[in-house]
Design a protein around this ligand. Structure first.
Ligand SMILES: *[C@@H]1O[C@H](CO)[C@@H](O)[C@H](O)[C@H]1NC(C)=O
Length: 259
C-alpha cells in the first residue's frame, strides 16, 4: 500500500519536473510589474515545458541562491510558438533568440538595458554564477563560502610569495571573533585557514595544490561515506573554488592571464 503511494508520488513528481523551486513564472501581464520590483532579475526564456541539463542547471542555481539573494529574482518565461502563442509577445519585445533557452539579466533601472547570457557559453551552474558575479555587484559565493574571506582567499592565491601569504593568513586569523559565535560560519572559517596553512606548507603552487586536492576529494566522495563526511568534503570543495582566480601565478611569483 505504502509502496503504491510512493510510486504515485514519484510519478507526479516526474511529470512536474519543469516546476521549479526558487523561480517565478512570468507572462506578459506580470512581467514589468514583478521585474521592476527587483534590482536584478535573471530570466530564462524557454519552451513552455522546459527540461534537460540547461533547465536543471538554471533551476539548481536558483534554488541554491534564491533565499540569500534578496535583490535577485529568478524567473522563467515559457514561450509557445503554437496554439495561443503564449508569451510570444514578450519574446519579440526582448529579441529572444529562437535557439532556446535564452537567458537575460534585467536591471530595474530600465528593462530595455538587459544583458544577454553569452550565446556560446554552456549553461552550467558555474557559468551562471560567473555571469551574475561579473555583471552585478552581488556577492554570489558557493554554499558555505564567506564573502570577506573569499576576497582574502583570492588575494592569497595571487600572492607572489610566502611572506605575503602568511600576512594574509594572520589577517584572517584576526577575524576569528566575527565568525566564532556561529557554528556553521566558524566551520567554514576554519576550512579557509586549514587550506591556507596546507598551501603554505606544500611545495606546490596554489593552483597545483587546489587541483590535486580537488581530485583527491572527488575520489574520496566517490566512495562510501557518511552524510556528514560528504557534507564536510563538499564544503571544502566549495571553499577551494575561492582560491581559483582567473589570474593565477604559474609558480609562486609569476602571474599570467591564462584560463
Ligand atoms: C529596484 O529594486 C530595488 C530593490 O531591489 C527597489 O528598492 C527599488 O525600489 C526598485 N526600483 C523600482 C523603480 O521599483
Amino acid at each position: 500500500m505504502n509502496q503504491i503511494l510512493v510510486t504515485c508520488l514519484l510519478l507526479i513528481q516526474a511529470s512536474l519536473s519543469w516546476a521549479s523551486n526558487g523561480c517565478v513564472d512570468l507572462d506578459g501581464l506580470n512581467f514589468d510589474k514583478v521585474v521592476k520590483r527587483f534590482q536584478y532579475s535573471l530570466v530564462k526564456f524557454d519552451v513552455a515545458f522546459p527540461y534537460g541539463d540547461k533547465h536543471e542547471a538554471f533551476t539548481y542555481f536558483a534554488k541554491e541562491n534564491s533565499e540569500h539573494l534578496d535583490h535577485l529574482l529568478f524567473a522563467l518565461v515559457g514561450i509557445k510558438d503554437y496554439g495561443e502563442k503564449e508569451n510570444a509577445d514578450l519574446g519579440k519585445r526582448f529579441n529572444v533568440k529562437e535557439a532556446f533557452p535564452d537567458i537575460k539579466l534585467f536591471n530595474n533601472d530600465s528593462l530595455n538595458n538587459f544583458i544577454d547570457y553569452p550565446e556560446n557559453l554552456p549553461v552550467t551552474v558555474y557559468n551562471l554564477r560567473e555571469f551574475i558575479s561579473s555583471n552585478t555587484d552581488l556577492y554570489i559565493g558557493l554554499p558555505g563560502c564567506l564573502k570577506e574571506i573569499d576576497e582574502l582567499a583570492a588575494k592569497f592565491a595571487l600572492s607572489s610569495n610566502a611572506e605575503e601569504m602568511s600576512q594574509i593568513l594572520s589577517q584572517i586569523e584576526n577575524l576569528d571573533s566575527i565568525y566564532s559565535n556561529t557554528e556553521k560560519l566558524h566551520k567554514s572559517f576554519n576550512v579557509y585557514l586549514m587550506l591556507m596553512k596546507k598551501i603554505l606548507q606544500s611545495e606546490k603552487t596554489v593552483r597545483e595544490f587546489i587541483t590535486s586536492e580537488e581530485a583527491r576529494i572527488q575520489h574520496l566522495l566517490s566512495g562510501k561515506l557518511s552524510e556528514n563526511k560528504k557534507a564536510d568534503l563538499n564544503l571544502r570543495l566549495n571553499i577551494m573554488k575561492s582560491f581559483k582566480t582567473t589570474k593565477q601565478p604559474t609558480q609562486k611569483g609569476v602571474v599570467t592571464d591564462e584560463l
